[in-house]
Design a binder for this molecule. Sequence first.
Ligand SMILES: *[C@@H]1O[C@H](CO)[C@@H](O)[C@H](O)[C@H]1NC(C)=O
Ligand SMILES: *[C@@H]1O[C@H](CO)[C@@H](O)[C@H](O)[C@H]1NC(C)=O
Ligand SMILES: *[C@@H]1O[C@H](CO)[C@@H](O)[C@H](O)[C@H]1NC(C)=O
Ligand SMILES: *[C@@H]1O[C@H](CO)[C@@H](O)[C@H](O)[C@H]1NC(C)=O
Ligand SMILES: *[C@@H]1O[C@H](CO)[C@@H](O)[C@H](O)[C@H]1NC(C)=O
Ligand SMILES: *[C@@H]1O[C@H](CO)[C@@H](O)[C@H](O)[C@H]1NC(C)=O
Length: 469
Amino acid sequence: MLKGHMSHMHWQKLTFRKVAYSILGIYVLITCYTGFHLLSRKLQNEFKQKIIQERIKTLSEIADDPDWNPWGEEFESEQRPLLHHNAPALWEAQQMEMGAQRAPVAQRSPLERRVSNRTESTEHIVEIWGKAAIGLYLWEHIIEGILEERMNGVWSYGEKSLSSISFRFRTGPGVVPSKVPRSTENLLLVLNGRETAKVEVSKMWLELLVTLPHLHNAAVVLLGNEQCNNSWIHPYMAHNGGLVKVVFLVYDSPEIDNIHFYQWPLGVATYRSFPNVKSSDVQIDQRRQYLFNFLGTVYKNSSRETLLCQINNSSYTNLGFIKPRREWMPSETEESREEYVQVLSNSELTFNPVGLNTECYRIYEAMSLGSVPVIEDVLTPGLCQARSGDSHFFTSPLRLLKEFNAPVIYVKNWTQEIDLLLHKEATLSDLERRMRRKTLVEWYSGFKMRMRDRLVNVLLSTFFTSSVR
Ligand SMILES: *[C@@H]1O[C@H](CO)[C@@H](O)[C@H](O)[C@H]1NC(C)=O
Ligand SMILES: *[C@@H]1O[C@H](CO)[C@@H](O)[C@H](O)[C@H]1NC(C)=O
Ligand SMILES: *[C@@H]1O[C@H](CO)[C@@H](O)[C@H](O)[C@H]1NC(C)=O
Ligand SMILES: *[C@@H]1O[C@H](CO)[C@@H](O)[C@H](O)[C@H]1NC(C)=O
Ligand SMILES: *[C@@H]1O[C@H](CO)[C@@H](O)[C@H](O)[C@H]1NC(C)=O
Ligand SMILES: *[C@@H]1O[C@H](CO)[C@@H](O)[C@H](O)[C@H]1NC(C)=O
């Protein structure tokens, strides 16, 4: 009896054990299988990403300037986009706890607003990915957006709403194809098309567009080539079957039609950290030490050499600041930048003999500091001639400045005009100079605003109006 009971219990135990083991076995099997499946998928994905990264890496190795390195291999966490949505509530709660302390990186600053009430938002979100240095000019100078470093500067982020568009700007080495938000619907891509290596990288970004599953709209801000040959971008244009609806293009070009191509200003050289000067910070009323300045690299046989000679011989030589350089130094030191900004802020005029293109950073840099640019009004060799016969287009070069009536001085021939120009300048009264500075600084500030409005309006009409153009 007892034995029978024992054996019965033993049998029960055995069965229980068997069942338990088989369940465990099945569980292990399933886990292993799922694990294997997940792992192989993960490996596949990682392999794919690795290939893309390798490609970027090889491209970036040729593409790097010593002065601007927009490429890198570090990344932000994939989780970031999710955090964005949760952040507002968190932020408010923590803000109460921490008083006025600064919010941690993952959370929103109230200045950046948006997303706090998803139902109220009829705003369109437009992502801006800055993959060329001119992106900083667009974001900080034109849009006047705030930029916050993330992950010790691996990338930077900012948000700003204009009209019914909420812009989200991302830039820095961490902004790579594998890390951009795949949920992006509307995109403004800032690209560099100055030279072959840069074009290769830009093409890669444009080829990425088809892989973004939710993308409806794409536009490009393009630093064009100085000879104004940007034909490589044509296959990516929407009217040629691509995805890019509109391009904001730097430098005069026959392509500018204000339908598919709009002209975009070169702006100041953010790549060598030229500051974002507020118009209110410009010393309008202060007397300036120099009548003019001539700074920069002097190429042999160039009009810069002619100008330098002319100035050197002029009776007004001593009234200016002249510092020619024989070689181009790409990376500005803190000191040389400081000196440069000081000299421009202390000059009535800033000479701009042509470089690679008639339009140069210095024109905008001088304007932002209240120094009147004296610009050589000579067409850049290449394809920079505006289309003839379009009466509503201003003549090249510098159509954008001419269209908006920039208060600058144009010179056709230094040899013929410089003496008269300097003579006239020397006889201006302080009041006249002050008025001119004021006009210039106000004009530049208004110009940036108009560029911003134009950008927003073009995006609104090309991205968010259903009407067929
Ligand atoms: C969100 O929007 C709704 C509708 O516009 C409004 O009733 C509500 O008060 C808003 N909530 C917050 C927190 O702003
Ligand atoms: C413009 O560049 C393309 C290469 O992108 C080249 O094939 C073409 O010949 C160039 N056109 C001119 C006029 O230089
Ligand atoms: C400059 O121009 C002169 C005459 O036009 C020419 O002989 C000389 O080789 C040129 N120098 C350079 C560096 O291009
Ligand atoms: C300018 O003139 C001075 C002397 O008047 C001369 O030493 C100098 O070499 C000249 N510079 C240039 C670039 O012509
Ligand atoms: C500058 O002055 C020197 C001597 O006075 C003269 O030989 C030279 O031709 C002048 N150069 C120009 C460009 O006027
Ligand atoms: C500028 O004017 C001078 C003197 O009239 C002339 O010799 C020179 O060829 C002109 N330069 C250009 C680029 O037209």
